[in-house]
Write a protein that binds this ligand. Structure first.
Ligand code: PXG
Length: 289
């Protein structure tokens, strides 16, 4: 495996950055998780745009143009000979001292690209659906650390993940500070009610997921009415169908939430159709390499 660090490729065992990098010391940095399917990188421009938006918001200067980042991602995929891959694009504040002041990171940002394989959830969850729970850890407040910033500080989500696994579930519903449904630890959430699709709006402590946006588009094209609407747990419990979206998970059906069966307890028709359409989309759309 060859890992890109600041313009050079290193073998895995030599791919190292300083212990004084503020990405390690403070989680000071941003990242993206991207997928490629059969030599097509899915929504590469959208991921790179979001990376630059996250960086802009935390006043982190990425030492490359967007075009150079795109080229670096493509060359990482080629260097590793991967046709189906998961790409982790990381930009840290860089090497500083033990103080949190980013001005001390005089060498500038560190750019890392890891191109690897990632397993989806086990196949049985896509076939039979997931059971998820609402967890006590509330999603970060947009006015504190906005979930729109895909920062290296993922402890909020990790705490929720720990609570989910302690409850015997793979994923967690995180609520916002008002108690409305925000999102899951690494996925956005959707419900279907009376053949309409609903997902929380991005202002509700929710990342504007790129898979989420693709699903909203696919639903519109397929004449499923879509609503970006505030959701309570009650609305999730009484939904006909529920599913999660994310680059890692793609689209995964949910059949039980906090012990309540969703719909018939099996992945729903609209969910299954969107899964099929999404698969087709990833086969034909993307940046070729
Ligand atoms: N919400 C959160 C909090 C996320 O971290 C999503 C939603 C879905 O966004 P996209 O753009 O991927 O549709 C994410 C993305 C992992 C992993 O290792 C998680 C994500 C991305 C890559 C890897 O669990 N989360």
């Amino acid at each position: 495996m060859k890992i890109y660090i600041n313009g050079k490729f290193y073998d895995k065992q030599d791919a190292k950055i300083s212990v004084f990098d503020h990405g390690l010391l403070y989680g000071d940095g941003v990242f993206e998780g991207i997928r490629s399917y059969n030599r097509l990188v899915f929504k590469l421009k959208e991921h790179v745009d979001r990376l630059f938006e996250s960086a802009h918001s935390i006043m982190l200067k990425i030492p490359l143009t967007k075009e150079q980042v795109i080229k670096a991602v493509i060359s990482s995929l080629k260097e590793n000979g991967l046709s189906d891959a998961y790409i982790r694009l990381v930009v840290t504040r860089g090497e500083g001292d033990l103080g949190l002041d980013p001005r001390k990171c005089v060498g500038g940002a560190t750019v890392v690209i890891i191109a690897d394989k990632i397993a989806l959830y086990p196949e049985r969850f896509y076939k039979n659906g997931l059971e998820i729970v609402t967890v006590p850890t509330v999603r970060n407040l947009p006015e504190a650390l906005n979930p729109q910033i895909k920062s290296l500080n993922y402890l909020n989500n990790i705490l929720a993940k720990i609570e989910a696994t302690a409850a015997g579930c793979e994923e967690a519903i995180m609520l916002d500070s008002l108690g409305y449904v925000a999102e899951c630890t690494g996925d956005n959430i959707f419900i279907v009610k009376s053949s309409h699709l609903y997902t929380p709006p991005q202002c509700m402590g929710t990342l504007r997921g790129i898979t989420r946006d693709s699903v909203l588009e696919l639903a519109k094209v397929n004449k499923v009415p879509v609503h970006e609407h505030v959701l309570t747990r009650h609305e999730v419990y009484i939904s006909d169908e529920c599913f999660l979206t994310g680059t890692a998970a793609e689209i995964i059906p949910v059949v039980k939430v906090d012990g309540r069966m969703i719909g018939s307890g099996k992945p729903g028709k609209i969910t299954l159709n969107l899964m099929k359409k999404f698969k087709e989309l990833t086969k034909k759309e993307g940046t070729r390499y």
